[in-house]
Write a protein of this length. Structure first.
Length: 631
């Protein structure tokens, strides 16, 4: 067993196909000054062919990933047109009289090394894009057009030192069982593509293997746990076959819950909404029967491109989301970049601690031109559905009021231009900073809703960078201090009639469900994949337990004490001691929703069922694993 990093969830089992590394070995060829013009023509011809190839790949892959994800290739085109990159290549050719391929290789190495030295995960991963584009150009300059491609007639687990997006694009999703790479990052383009394609992916195995994986080796990869088995024994194979079969059965069982109302056994309604990053995810949102979109992360509209998206482009996306939700609400979060989410074309300052620096609403209030463009697009789209606006990382009333001034200005402009929008559009804020929690009573008087961003809130409350391996174990969402922050926010929101929801990882963690019942929170927004798992637990819980749950949670001195209380209530609320918690769904099948029968653990029946009607079977009980979604 080898432990890596899980970048895309799921289990894959099958024979490995190893992609050889592109390692160009050619002499440091010098040219005569009289050959410079010819070499430049070779360079420009290689660029033309590379751009044409990228454009073709983009068009072929748009049906698999959607328009947004294929903007990755727009970034690749931008590199080939980048004046700095081209100036470096041309300079080497002119000053050192080196052949085009030698100059390109040296330029690639220079920029890749420069990016790798930066203490920034995002920028390190952008080095992969430069390698990909540069290698494509070298391929044309050297005439090495043949690549070793995976088989088309049998399934495989793809293995590589590192993958480029243009290599990922050639994967046949019907044959590619999973992906393993020695290098890479969870926020890399390849990881984004793997998740969009639904392909399990484990990365970060460099230096951890006793010997290299060979084509034909039998692999098991666990994208949830980040584990890879190479030629495992029969007991491991049988165990994972059972897990995979149980996982498939669980998904089928959970899907039967989609049509049921999101209510506790005693009738407390808790809306379950989805977090999305692109229009492409809406099909899954509707398939899970989510109550709407509780968080639309707009920053992905701005990534993997060379310029800011124009108002018309944003408007078209926001309008499509609103229309396709067909009356269900969508909360659009304004641009939230900075920290670990950077834009290649936005010159952000280098910072000692970017998580505490120039990011989110701070950038928007500094660049009001960009902010107003986005607000205009959102407002215009609001004419076509139930759109709400949400500002991220608010820490003061002043920030909120300044943001609303820009919103008012955008409204006045649209009025003057005669463009329709929803004048009573709801405006809310993310509660993700301790400062916002402590003044939540004041903030609640000036907004329509709160959305608690649990991941950043936990990070800032505990002063723990969850991406830092040395302290990540201290990141504890069940810390008593976090619970008290949640309680204060919920109480202050209720005091002023302000709606409050929760988004992010903790919202999709079934272990936390008793907390939301205890706090009276009636809307959770999470990854689409978590919605039915949470609904399954909700259907078997009792809202009337809420006050007693908080009475037991309030004095808890540690997270261990908190999780003990939560576990006890989850166990008593779920349908029976016999429910299977780590071996798949119970044999009973799907679930029903009904008033509490008065007997804890008894199978509920549909509300309003007549005396002679058959009692509905119990819900499947998934294992208590957290969702992997970030808010």
């Amino acid at each position: 067993m080898v432990e890596g990093i899980g970048a895309s969830p799921g289990i894959a089992m099958g024979k490995a196909f190893v992609i050889p590394t592109w390692e160009w070995d050619f002499p440091d060829k010098l040219i005569d000054v009289t050959d410079l013009a010819y070499e430049f023509e070779r360079l420009y011809d290689g660029i033309r062919h590379s751009k044409s190839e990228i454009e073709q790949i983009k068009q072929e892959f748009v049906s698999v990933l959607g328009e947004e994800q294929t903007q990755i290739f727009d970034a690749h085109l931008a590199i080939l047109e980048d004046p700095i990159f081209m100036s470096e290549v041309q300079g080497i050719m002119q000053r050192q009289y080196k052949a085009a391929e030698v100059a390109v290789k040296e330029a690639i190495e220079k920029f890749v090394n420069m990016f790798d030295l930066l203490d920034d995960t995002y920028m390190k991963e952008r080095a992969l894009d430069i390698k990909d584009v540069g290698n494509r150009l070298l391929k044309h300059l050297l005439g090495a057009l043949e690549e070793t491609l995976p088989p088309k007639d049998q399934p495989y687990v793809l293995v590589a030192k590192e993958l480029q997006p243009s290599q990922m694009v050639h994967l046949d999703v019907n044959q590619a069982l999973g992906v393993v790479t020695m290098l890479g990052g969870k926020t890399s383009h390849v990881a984004i593509m793997a998740r969009a394609m639904g392909v399990p992916y484990v990365l970060g195995l460099e230096g951890k293997l006793a010997s290299p994986i060979q084509t034909g080796d039998y692999l098991i990869i666990d994208g949830d746990e980040g584990i890879v088995y190479v030629n495992p024994g029969e007991p491991v194979v049988e165990r994972y076959k059972a897990r995979k079969a149980n996982w498939n059965a669980m998904q089928e069982s959970l899907q039967k819950l989609a049509h049921l109302p999101s209510r506790t056994r005693d009738g407390v309604q808790v809306n379950l909404a989805a977090n999305i990053s692109s229009v492409k995810e809406l099909a899954h949102v509707m398939g899970s029967n989510a109550s709407g979109v509780g968080l639309f992360r707009t920053e992905f509209l701005y990534m993997d491109r060379s310029t800011f998206p124009l108002e018309e482009e944003q408007y078209a996306v926001y309008r499509e989301v609103a229309e396709r939700l067909n009356g269900r609400p969508v909360v659009i979060r304004t641009l939230d970049v900075g920290g670990d989410k950077n834009l290649d074309y936005l010159a952000l300052p280098e910072e000692e601690n970017p998580s505490l620096g120039y990011r989110a609403i701070r950038i928007s209030l500094d660049r009001t031109d960009l902010f107003k463009t986005q607000l205009r697009a959102i407002l215009r789209a609001s004419h076509y559905g139930r759109i709400k606006i949400m500002y991220p990382m608010i820490s003061s009333l002043d920030e909120l009021r300044r943001a609303n001034l820009v919103l008012d200005e955008a409204k006045r402009e649209l009025d003057q231009e005669g463009l329709p929008y929803r004048p009573d559009i709801e405006v809310g804020i993310m509660i993700e900073l301790p400062a916002a929690v402590m003044i939540s009573e004041l903030l609640a008087q000036e907004v329509d809703f709160f959305s608690i961003g649990t991941n950043d809130l936990v990070q800032y409350v505990l002063a723990v960078d969850r991406m830092n391996e040395q302290v990540a174990h201290l990141y504890d969402p069940f810390h008593p201090a976090v619970l008290r922050m949640l309680k204060l926010t919920a109480d202050n929101a209720r005091l002023h009639g302000t709606h409050v929801s929760v988004c992010g990882e903790l919202a999709g963690d079934i272990r936390a469900l008793p907390i939301w019942l205890a706090l009276g929170i009636t809307e959770l927004s999470m990854s689409v994949q978590s919605i039915l798992k949470v609904k399954n637990s909700l259907l078997q819980s009792r809202g009337s337990d809420g006050p007693q749950i908080w009475r037991e949670l309030a004095p808890c001195p540690s997270s261990a004490a908190v999780t003990e209380v939560l576990g006890r209530y989850m166990k008593s609320g779920l349908a029976g001691e016999e429910a299977e918690t780590d071996s798949g769904p119970s044999a009973a099948g799907n679930a029903a929703q009904a008033p509490d029968s008065g007997a804890p653990g008894s199978a509920p029946s549909f509300k309003g069922a007549g005396e002679g009607q058959k009692e509905e079977p119990k819900a499947p009980v998934p294992p208590p694993y957290p969702a992997g979604e970030y808010c």
